[in-house]
Ligand binder design. Sequence first.
Ligand code: SF4
Length: 510
Amino acid sequence: MNELNPVPAADAALAERSRKFGASEGNEGIVRCDACPVLCRIRPGRSGACSRYANDNGLLVRTDPVVLLAEAVEVGGPVVPFAENAEDWDGKILPANRAFVTGIGSGTTYPDYKPAPFIVSSQHEGVDTVTVVTEGIFSYCGVKVKIDTDRHLGPETAAVRANGEQIGHVTTAEYGSQMLSLGGVRHLTGGSKKEGNATCEAMLKLSNGEAVELTIDGGHGVIVQAGHAPIVDGKPETRMRVGCGSATIGIFAKQWQGHVDEVIVVDDHITGVLTEHQAGRVLDMKPAGIRVRGRKSTPGRYFQVAQPGLGWGGTDITEPLSIIQKIDAGLAWPGMRLLMTSTTGEDSLYCVLDENLLPVEAEMPAAVRQVVERIGENCEPSLCTVTFMAGAGGSLRAGVTENPVLLTRSVQSGTTRVTMGGAPVYVWPGGGITVMVDVLRMPKNAFGYVPTPAIVAPIEFTLSRELYLASGGHADEIVPMEEILRAHGGQARIENAVAENPWPLRRDVG
Ligand code: SF4
């Protein structure tokens, strides 16, 4: 067990909540934590295996404060964080009508039939509302990572590793982004203990916004951190491509007209050739007779011009002229002006065909350079996005209601809103309560773990009191918000609601 450092002082209310969980054992002041299946026996002054619970003078206490959100308010202008502006706020306890109790630091219940740590009643827009608040222990969870880069990180389905252990795989690339699917129950529980722990650690760090170094079998190393540019083989990525090669041709064709005779936009997926492309034809551009390698899909659109890699446009090409298969002497002419560029404009080459119709590098005219620079200008910053995905359709529901299927149905119908740390979630259609959340829309350090291994994540269910009672909710455990604030407001961590998030209790938010 870990050294207890520090544990917040337990006041009467905290002590009361602590008694709800845990149990004293023997005379040595040892407390057994029953907040997860590990059932740690914790000595006085120490914390349990996950560091989330500790023994404070014989009481089981949660070592992190519960996080309360303060609603942003409009003060005759833009919406501003409540805590900075409210005249009626004494700086300590929030008014009940502006507060939301998140699952962060709320504690977990085990076994699951125990009511959730907080079941909060409040009034919103004239409706009696209940929010059931807990920290779910998720064995079924994963992290989807979107990495804005067209550089090839590794083949689809290739193993992704952290500390040498496989923690996921490369999945289907999306428009301008490489995608990783990490975690999941198979890596957490289906492999060795080391694999499970490495998976849990990487997921925890990524979800809490920390950087994680990953390697991909048959591919490259990448450092991933939510909201930051990926670092591929030690090189920070800067630009997300403007589009595929064909799209780039479509966007800029008119701007090139009159300044160049042919443009080839090199791309790992769809390489575009301007005069052959529909965009060039519509502009009445003269066919230039340059045939690139690869498989022709439709006029001016070529697949597989090279192997994937870290070169031009996510290919392995560093010598762009190498993708030219032939130049048709019947169509091309000496002096023909050729531009080759990548989809980010980071790589470009301007050539003029000599007497033998061979491309010879020349200085790029200012008008052409301007369009290449505009490609770069139209690229968005390259970022990593981390979404946490979990299944809450299992036993966790028993902490909300005695008839779990009614909760599932009301979540699926939208009458119960699910949030994670107050952030909106996407609820997947179909069975269960499978949710996905952007970790950057949650308060900092919202995630924890238990060594089973599993990820601990905040989750809140908000519904009308009427529906809660009709769903078999734990009616005796409902506590008014005012009481929660009086009892816990003093120790709580109060955060301003994230500006782009809808207030979790608003009724008009779907
Ligand atoms: S690992 Fe489980 S039992 Fe041990 S302190 Fe953490 S929550 Fe309690």
